[in-house]
Design a protein around this ligand. Structure first.
Ligand SMILES: Cc1cc2nc3c(=O)[nH]c(=O)nc-3n(C[C@H](O)[C@H](O)[C@H](O)COP(=O)(O)OP(=O)(O)OC[C@H]3O[C@@H](n4cnc5c(N)ncnc54)[C@H](O)[C@@H]3O)c2cc1C
Length: 400
């Protein structure tokens, strides 16, 4: 593998040409929704296998330290690999998404031993992870979470309920937030744990959505024993680790799909004979521009993350923009196809419906639009903080 950009690009291109399928060779209208549980498992395992192959080829964690299974390369190498990967069909799906969430948090907050144990298996997808953060009473206000963890010898004993946990029915392990000190202020009594999903006391119940797929789950934890050695960062200081995960999650969700929706929208405009319609052209131009802007912002954030720096742009901004783009693309798809697009099973129709309904999941998962706007107002614009509880009030005394 060469160490200048041209050599590296050629090397990655050769590998993808030999191992992957060029985008466009398959159905551009295919939607990533599995309504059959068997298909969902097959899809998850295909993502795992693809990540494993990328890792074998030295194309996962390119800029991560080599002693922890990474490539020890430069951040620009990851950028080149991502650019090329977008031109091919195969993807790492949720497996890659969770790697992007927990990997940087482990690199930043994990002990050397934890990095040695988990990072190589994370990159190769031998171990896949889901996120057990949200609870029925703690979503936007995540720090009010109440899943309880009692210290008992070398273990924490954990009891509580989590909800909306993507891919928890497939993942081998989870990263979990628990309330370890109810007497501390709410952000200070939280611990961040890794847990094997096969541990006794964990029950996963898939939640079937309106489109008949089960993207996420409820997870019940009853006296689950988790070794204290699985704590990432310090006991009671898990909020710092959670923030790293959430920043990476927002950046990843905002990173955008491989295929920009505008490509299909252009086809729909041609089919409807409306490519020359000024209102359609104006909306298409806005969507294409916004896709590019979101892509550039995403790349700047990813570059900083790969270097281990703080992102130069608040990741919430790009997540918000991506959610707003989805509203525009769904609306335009429906307008171009007319009322017929709201029912029917043709692939273009199903794609348009997914584009329309997708606005809900993207504007809630990883932080709702309203909450992201609050955060941006406070962190970026310097607006006064939301009125709320007293900062030093013990969690136990805060009304819920
Ligand atoms: C597709 C998807 C995948 C997800 N995956 C996971 C996962 O893998 N793991 C996990 O732990 N969680 C996951 N979640 C859960 C997600 O993080 C929460 O749904 C989200 O944080 C919102 O919390 P909530 O649902 O409890 O809504 P609430 O917090 O109850 O919000 C309800 C409404 O009130 C508004 N609101 C709340 N607070 C404020 C405020 N201060 N100011 C203004 N408006 C406010 C919100 O914007 C929203 O409109 C997922 C969600 C989705 C949609």
């Amino acid at each position: 593998m060469g160490d200048n950009a041209d050599d590296f690009r050629a090397h990655v291109r050769d590998w993808y040409e030999a191992n992957a399928t060029r985008r466009g060779a398959t159905d551009p209208w295919a939607v990533n929704v599995q309504t059959d549980p068997g298909d969902a498992v097959a899809h998850f395992e295909a993502c795992r296998a693809w990540q494993g192959r990328l890792h074998e080829a030295g194309l996962m964690g390119i800029a991560w330290p080599s002693e922890f299974g990474g490539g020890g390369g430069e951040p620009w190498m990851s950028r080149i690999e991502r650019e090329i990967a977008r031109e091919y069909e195969e993807g790492t799906g949720f497996v890659g998404a969770s790697t992007a969430m927990i990997g940087p948090a482990l690199l930043r907050h994990g002990s050397d031993e934890q990095k040695r144990v988990f990072l190589p298996k994370l990159l190769s997808a031998e171990l896949t992870f889901c996120q057990l953060f949200s609870e029925p009473g703690a979503g936007s206000d995540l720090a009010s979470l109440s899943t309880r963890a009692d210290h008992d010898g070398d273990d924490f004993v954990v009891t509580g309920q989590k909800v909306w946990n993507s891919a928890a029915q497939h993942a081998d392990w989870a990263f979990l937030l628990v309330r370890s000190d109810p007497n501390a202020p709410k952000h200070r009594g939280i611990t961040f744990l890794l847990v094997d999903m096969a541990t006794p006391g964990i029950e996963v119940r898939p939640l079937v959505q309106i489109n008949r797929s089960a993207h996420f789950n409820e997870v019940f934890l009853s006296d689950v024993r988790i070794p204290v050695t699985n704590v990432i960062g310090e006991v009671d200081d898990g909020w710092a680790v959670a923030r790293t995960v959430l920043a990476n999650e927002a950046a990843f969700i905002g990173g955008g799909p491989k295929t920009p929706a505008s490509e299909n929208l252009r086809t729909l405009a041609e089919q409807a004979d409306r490519s020359g319609d000024p209102t359609v052209r104006q909306e298409l131009a806005a969507i294409i521009s916004r896709e590019h802007i979101a892509g550039w912002m995403g790349e700047q954030i990813q570059q900083a993350i790969r270097r281990g720096d703080m992102p130069p742009i608040d990741p919430g901004l790009i997540k918000l923009m991506t959610a707003q783009n989805r509203v525009r693309t769904g609306n335009l798809a429906m307008e171009l196809q007319g009322p017929a697009a709201s029912c029917g099973e043709a692939s273009q129709t199903l794609w348009s419906q997914a584009e329309l309904y997708g606005r809900f999941s993207i504007s809630i998962g990883g932080g709702t639009n309203e909450v992201l706007r609050n955060n941006l107002g406070e962190r970026v614009l310097g607006l006064p903080r939301e009125p709320g509880y007293a900062k030093d009030q013990p969690w136990r005394e805060i009304p819920r």
